[in-house]
Write a protein that binds this ligand. Sequence first.
Ligand code: AMP
Length: 398
Amino acid sequence: MTQKLILVLNCGSSSLKGAVLDNDSGDVLLSCLAEKLNLPDAFITFKFNGEKHKVDLSSQPNHTGAVEALMEEMKAHGLDSKIGAIGHRIVSGGELYSESILVDDEVMAGIEKCIPLAPLHNPAHLLGLRAAQSIFKDLPNVVVFDTAFHQTMPKHAYTYAVPQELYHKYGLRRYGAHGTSYRFVADETARFLGKDKKDLRMVICHLGNGASIAAVADGKCRDTSMGLTPLEGLVMGTRSGDIDPSVFSFLAENANMTIAQITDMLNKKSGLLGLSGLSNDCRTIEEEAAKGHEGAQLALDVFVYRLAKYIGSMAVAAGGLDALVFTGGIGENSELIRSKVLGYLGCLGLTEDHEANLAARFGNAGVITTADSKAVAVVIPTNEELMIAHDTARLSGL
Ligand code: AMP
């Protein structure tokens, strides 16, 4: 075990996720989830040694209250004095940050400047950062941006075909997301395949409740499917992904919907949920499709087709395809989705190894294509928290 442990924080507007990690082994010693922050019945749940318990936060139902409760819990387990630094997940660093960075006043101001690009998340991250700074006074804080990995995209990949004054005035462009996961998975894929990542052209599919895909060549991001916001690209749990932008005027005129209503529908009521009319959860969709539910079957079909189509375009962006990588809750666990996607990819020379595909789940990495395939498809579990811990330890000099 390392002398110093890393605390990783991920703050949302009404939640705070935390984990105390050993940066060497990747072991999580303590984790927590605070919920309903800024409501009177806020609470935090701790998990230590496999046991969970809940602590009421109603006396201070905010991010500071949650971090204070976390400090108390760490003290109770003798962990507080072993923490060497704190790493924070930040949703948007815009064009300001292409790497993780040690926090100072200028960085706090930079995160604030990026609020228009992540209006729900960046303000919450700042609350978490300020709480950590005031409660863990002597510890360095490091910020790790979801957008940073995508900053290597070439201009032709991140530029939208709109009047360019909108980019210059408002920063309207593709930024992408899940960058910390892509960075971790790209490194792990190269390690797993025993190759240098500089020699690999990868297409990585991060398929969770939020889903995106990225082209990575020479270890760098060349393109990704999420855009200005996480709404663009693949079909997701509740997000539509790509859609004709004229849907806004069409629904305003024909369904009397407001911009806010349409935005809410596309983000929260679409995707697997909207298509199936049942659920945003891929497991439920698979179970119901197997029983013959038409909506669930349609949801699977649209999800898989969009993904396969995007894999083709990302292979172009990567300059070819050596490794197709599946990660995230769906990518790591759903042999059905992987099998259906590979069913479309014979044209790229990929053939599923069905037994290997069945075996690659529950956190197991594995190659899932036959030996004579022109590229390998692999399942590689992601670990964003560990990537944040690695950056935090490195930048804090631990
Ligand atoms: P994440 O957001 O990465 O936690 O992924 C959540 C998604 O993974 C949900 O849609 C789950 O239904 C899906 N998932 C988890 N396990 C399985 C599984 N065994 N088969 C299919 N989907 C799964």
